[in-house]
Every structure is written in structure tokens, then in C-alpha cells.
Design a protein around this ligand. Structure first.
Ligand code: SF4
Length: 300
């Protein structure tokens, strides 16, 4: 996003999830299927592309999450539409519990093959998923050329048993990210971590395959392997910085179109009527707690 005309879309399709983990916050999941029509979603894709192009962005990174995005029956048709309005570069990311079977994932690989880059953040939920099968599906996707990172929320009470499982997955060659748990309003990282735990989340499990974040002070560049570390490092306060969110990126949560998950602004509109910013704007928010937000270009 710093070097190319790349526009980022982070899209929470709905809150429905087929899992019901005891530690999941009520805002993050629902038993009710809450997707909207495929026709509306297709219009939204076209409208985002049109408005982003007016801002000078020709390339698109689509990131789908939920709830559980794979539970949306029309997801394959939605993905097929991405390629219908031509772009020089498009990539797709999904945050998923990886619950569909390997046949479903094979089909996903075939459908997304036309896109230039594919990545998945796979969340392991021990109350529902089986470690062996979960790891097998990660490897299946990796062999198809999909970039996989296992995203592990480190609940303080289960920190070290979770860490052992992450180590076993890493030994199988799978990238793992350790993520601190945020509070019920998703506004800040919860208390309850010892200094040892914080050190592990800040420094361990370095990602293979490059850095997600480049920081510069005008003279020198510094690199961070993944945006999740912003929270672990407590480097997540950008109030009064100029931020490209809403201009070079957009967030969709259900029917709401927003600047970012963390941003305190009024929304940019609804799915059938929204307007992106036409230039970067100053950040008015105290904490930028979502890694989807913190990785959007910003400068002081
Ligand atoms: S909260 Fe984060 S994404 Fe939102 S304007 Fe501030 S820095 Fe940008």
C-alpha cells in the first residue's frame, strides 16, 4: 500500500458462525444467518472499485471475515465476480476457522486461482477444531500456493498450553501469529498477561516470507513481520497522525461502510449508499486496536 496503487477492503460479511466458543465476545458472533443478497454485494464491489479508481487506486486487496465467512453459501459466486471488472492486480484474504472440508477448500483454490495472491488467516479454536485435521488443511492450502498464517488468540488462563500447540503447528512448517485478547468492546488489550507472556507475544514466532509493515523516520526503515504485533508492542496510538483509512481502504461491517474498525468517525454510509474520503484525513481516535486498521498507511 506504500509503493503501489493498492486499495484495501476489509469486509465482515456477517456475524453468523458455525462455532460457539466460550471465550468469543457477543459482538463477534451470532447464531442468526445475517448475510445480505449477492446482487447487493456485487453492486458494492463495483462501487468500491469505481470510487477507489477516482482516488487513483487501480489494484485491490479483498479481505473477508466474519463471523465465519465460509458459511456464506454465495461466497464462491461473490469471489468469482471480483475478476469480472478488470484490474491489473487483485488479491484475496480470508479469516476463517477452516471448518469446511478439504473438498470445499480445493474448490476455493480453483475459484481464486485467477487472483494474483491468496492468503488465509486460520483461527484455531480448540473447543471445536481437531489439531491434526486443522494442520492437514493448512498444509493442503500451502501446497496450492496459498499463504497461511494461524492466528492464535492467547487467552491468559490457557496461555502456555496454547503456546505448546502453536509450537507443534510451527514444527509442521505452518506460520503462527500470537495475538493478545482484546476487551469486550474491542477497544484495548485486556489485563492478565505476565511480562514473560508479553515478551513471547512481542518477539516469538517470527513469520517466514517477508515483512508486512514498513516504518520510516525519514532516514531509516524499520520492519515488523506482522501487523498483529502493533498491539503486543502497544504501538497503536495514532491520534493526530494523517491516515489513509477511508481513502485507500474501507471497512464493511454488515450493512455499515466505515473508515476503519477502530475509527470513531461517523460511518461512510450503508451498502447501497456510501462515499469514500477523497483524500487522507487526520486520525481522531485514541487507540487503533485492529490490525486491519493499524496496517493502513499513516504518517505523523
Ligand atoms: S484509528 Fe487507526 S485506522 Fe482509524 S484513523 Fe486512526 S490510525 Fe487510522
Amino acid at each position: 500500500m506504500l509503493d503501489r496503487p493498492l486499495f484495501n477492503i476489509s469486509w465482515i460479511l456477517g456475524r453468523f458462525c458455525n462455532y460457539k466458543c466460550s471465550y468469543c465476545w457477543p459482538y463477534a458472533r451470532s447464531d442468526k444467518i445475517d448475510y445480505m443478497s449477492l446482487e447487493l454485494y456485487i453492486q458494492v464491489i463495483d462501487e468500491i472499485k469505481s470510487q477507489a479508481r477516482q482516488n487513483g487506486f487501480e489494484e485491490f486487496h479483498w479481505s473477508f471475515s466474519g463471523g465465519e465467512p465460509t458459511a456464506y453459501k454465495e461466497l464462491p459466486n461473490l469471489i468469482k465476480h471480483l475478476d469480472e471488472t478488470e484490474s491489473p492486480y487483485q488479491s484475496i484474504h480470508m479469516t476463517t476457522n477452516l471448518s469446511p472440508g478439504s473438498k470445499w477448500w480445493k474448490n476455493w483454490c480453483d475459484i481464486t486461482d485467477c487472483l494474483q495472491r491468496r492468503s488465509i488467516t486460520a483461527s484455531f479454536h480448540a473447543e471445536f477444531a481437531k489439531e491434526q485435521e486443522f494442520g492437514d488443511k493448512c498444509l493442503q492450502l500451502m501446497y496450492e500456493g496459498v499463504h497461511i498464517t494461524v492466528n492464535q488468540v492467547m487467552v491468559p488462563d490457557k496461555f502456555f498450553e496454547t503456546l505448546e500447540r502453536c509450537e507443534r503447528l510451527r514444527k509442521r512448517g505452518i506460520n503462527v501469529t500470537l495475538k493478545p485478547q482484546s476487551d469486550i468492546t474491542a477497544s484495548y488489550v485486556i489485563d492478565g498477561y505476565s511480562q514473560q507472556m508479553i515478551d513471547i507475544m512481542q518477539n516469538d514466532f517470527e513469520q517466514q516470507g517477508g515483512y508486512q509493515i514498513r516504518l520510516t523516520d525519514g532516514e531509516q526503515n524499520y520492519f515488523i513481520d506482522q501487523a498483529e504485533r502493533f498491539n503486543a508492542l502497544k504501538f497503536n496510538q495514532f491520534k493526530n497522525w494523517t491516515c489513509n483509512s477511508g481513502y485507500q481502504s474501507v471497512i464493511i461491517v454488515g450493512n455499515d461502510v466505515k473508515r476503519g474498525y477502530s475509527c470513531r468517525e461517523e460511518s461512510l454510509g450503508t451498502l447501497d449508499n456510501f462515499k469514500l474520503f477523497s483524500s487522507p484525513k487526520v486520525c481522531i481516535t485514541k487507540d487503533c486496536v485492529s490490525s486491519a486498521d493499524s496496517k493502513i498507511p499513516k504518517c505523523k
